[in-house]
Design a protein around this ligand. Structure first.
Ligand SMILES: Nc1ncnc2c1ncn2[C@@H]1O[C@H](COP(=O)(O)OP(=O)(O)OP(=O)(O)O)[C@@H](O)[C@H]1O
Ligand SMILES: [Mg+2]
Length: 605
């Protein structure tokens, strides 16, 4: 374009010259005619053109330099911006990596990035194992359709509410998580970012808490039911025994005609069946009483053996198809703890033992439960099985909450951690020994309670009186349930003089009227005036009669009643009453009275 400039200038100068020189041309024509004029003119015009050209080039160069400077400045700014962006992307990645939430980025439905929490949630150690997988790989099969529908909503620009769902983990187990997803650009490409929060543990804990809540209310209910069943059961059992004994006596009568004897024997057989059924009900009620106290956190001195027995009957079904059961329950010192909670320890250990053994080979397998006293005088309970055993690498973790090797739905991994905390709360220890393929032994060691107060077994400690011919005891039964009183009376009648009072007031009135008894069998929970109130009234007015009281309880009494019975030096029998124990007690009281009667006489001699 520059080479065209001088001719153009020349042309325009010529044209301009043409217009501007019209009149001088007319005036001085001879000058035009001279060639020197034209040469000078061409020279001037050429010089001008060159000058103009040089000027333009200078300006152009300046412009170019300015542009260059601006480009460089912009480039620097851009580089700085890119550096800042890279830095913030780096920080963003670091942030995402450290987030407790699981973040996974999918481009074209292929995983391109995941943080540690996401790897943990889906069960991977390295990102390479997840890389390239579809986002539906880890949707629980039953939730796949739902996940697809949510993705479709996301693709059309909707934002997704958080939902609670299941994540299928790489090892086949499932996790519970709160799930959502957003659309973003990742590396310049449209991506779906899935965000999840693992709530498996908190959900498991919640369900365990709900379970223990339920157990507590079931426990309360069970205690109430046990109490209600105990009274009628007491007289069912006592009357059954009474009738059975009577029938047996009749059958031994040589004068009984043979035809009658046959009929009576059949009656006796039927009665034995009924007794067996009632005996089973009695055991169930006993178990309900043990585990029905779970809402009470009271600790008291207790014998662990009945707890082990109750745990065994609760787990019998679990064990029956897997192993033979053997028990060696030696006497152990009393320990301090809560009956329901210690009972739970043995149940958990027995259930674990059962679950470690495959069903079907009952004869080859054994679950052995032992109680013994160790060299320190502690009570030891051992639960030993011939099950699968525990792998050495699992041993350090088994008491951790949520550690389980069992499939979802079978174990939550809380059993042993609960055992551990209960045993520690009782001041004891729990230990394990295991060999894979051979079996496992759990050992619970509990320190002994302080030596028992002598008051707890006053009657047992009584000296044996002289074996003289002794008249029967005078017994007063104080119970608001007349059928209980009648059943007791049937057991004792003949050998002892048995009276009944259906209220504490009635009993008190009879004492005030001058009657005296060798044994007052007194219910604890009675309307109007309780056993405790009667005991206190006796202490004031008839202390020698107070010493004759033996309380009879149906089980679930109030905390006050329980505290009262622990406080006072009084013997306590549980319903349903054992006739043999009842007869023995009455005989013992009769002997004591005879001994008392004999003592003043020898003192005077
Ligand atoms: N007797 C046993 N034999 C073999 N393994 C056992 C035994 N007892 C416990 N374990 C192992 O210890 C793990 C933890 O036991 P724990 O009782 O705490 O939980 P769980 O039985 O798995 O579940 P949960 O008791 O909550 O139903 C078990 O998953 C199992 O691997
Ligand atoms: Mg368990």
């Amino acid at each position: 374009m520059y080479p065209a400039l001088p001719p153009l200038l020349l042309l325009s100068a010529t044209r301009a010259g043409t217009g501007a020189l019209v009149s001088p041309l007319a005036l001085a024509a001879p000058v035009y005619a001279q060639p020197a004029f034209w040469a000078a003119l061409a020279l001037v015009a050429g010089g001008l053109s060159v000058a103009l050209y040089l000027l333009g080039r200078e300006q152009q160069r300046a412009r170019e330099q300015e542009l260059q400077a601006r480009v460089e400045e912009r480039t620097r700014a851009l580089q700085a911006a890119l550096a800042t962006m890279a830095e913030s992307e780096q920080s963003m990645r670091q942030l995402i990596d450290r987030l407790p939430s699981a973040v996974t980025v999918y481009v074209d439905d292929r995983a391109v990035y995941a943080n540690d929490a996401a790897l943990r949630l889906m069960g991977y150690e390295r990102f390479e194992d997840l890389q390239g997988r579809s986002m539906f790989t880890h949707a629980a099969p039953e939730e796949r359709a739902l996940s697809e529908a949510r993705l479709a909503r996301l693709q059309v620009g909707e934002s997704l509410p958080v939902r609670e769902g299941r994540v299928a983990r790489a090892d086949g187990t499932q996790a519970t998580a709160e799930l959502t997803a957003v659309r973003l650009h990742f590396g310049g490409r449209p991506a779906v970012v899935s965000v999840a929060r693992d709530i498996t543990e908190s959900r498991a804990l919640e369900s365990r808490l709900r379970l223990s809540d339920r157990l507590a209310s079931v426990g309360t209910l069970a205690a109430g039911v046990a109490h209600e069943i105990n009274n009628p059961l007491a007289y069912v059992l006592a009357n059954q025994r009474y009738v059975a004994e009577e029938l047996e006596r009749l059958l031994q009568d040589p004068a009984l005609p043979a035809a009658h004897a046959l009929g009576l024997r059949e009656l006796l057989d039927a009665l034995h069946d009924a007794q067996e059924g009632a005996g089973r009900v009695q055991h169930i009620v006993q178990d309900l009483k043990t585990f029905g106290r779970s809402e009470e956190e009271r600790s008291g001195p207790l014998d662990v053996r009945p707890l082990v027995e109750s745990a065994l009957s609760l787990c019998r079904n679990e064990l029956r198809h897997r192993a033979r059961l053997s028990k060696e329950l030696e006497a152990v010192p009393q320990v301090v703890g809560n009956a329901a909670r210690l009972g739970q320890v043995f149940v958990n250990l027995l259930v674990n033992a059962a679950q470690a053994i495959q069903k079907g080979s009952v004869e080859e397998n054994e679950v052995r439960v032992r109680t013994r006293t160790d060299a320190r005088g502690w009570a030891v309970v051992e639960v030993q099985d011939t099950g699968a055993g525990i792998a050495p690498q699992d041993l350090p973790s088994i008491f951790d909450p949520f550690f389980t090797t069992k499939p979802v739905g079978v174990g939550t991994g809380l059993g042993l951690s609960i055992c551990h905390s209960i045993v520690r709360a009782a001041g004891g220890d729990i230990a394990v020994q295991s060999e894979v393929g051979v079996g496992t032994t759990f050992r619970v060691e509990l320190p002994p309670a302080a030596p028992a107060r002598p008051a707890q077994a006053p009657a047992a400690a009584s000296p044996a009186p002289a074996a003289a011919a002794v008249q029967g005891a005078r017994v007063l039964i104080v119970d608001d349930e007349p059928l209980v009183a009648r059943a007791v009376r049937r057991v004792l009648q003949g050998a002892h003089a048995v009276e009944t009072a259906t209220s504490a007031r009635e009993a008190l009135a009879r004492l005030e009227a001058g009657e005296r008894f060798d044994l007052l069998l007194c219910d604890v929970m009675m309307p109007e005036m309780s056993g405790q109130q009667l005991w206190e009234a006796l202490g004031k007015s008839f202390p020698e009669q107070q010493a004759q009281v033996v309380f009879v309880t149906g089980g679930a009494f109030t905390p006050e009643a329980r505290a009262f019975l622990e406080r006072v030096p009084v013997r306590v029998l549980s319903k349903p009453l054992d006739p043999a124990a009842l007869r023995e007690l009455a005989e013992e009281r009769a002997r004591l009275r005879a001994a008392r009667a004999a003592r003043p006489a020898s003192g005077q001699a």
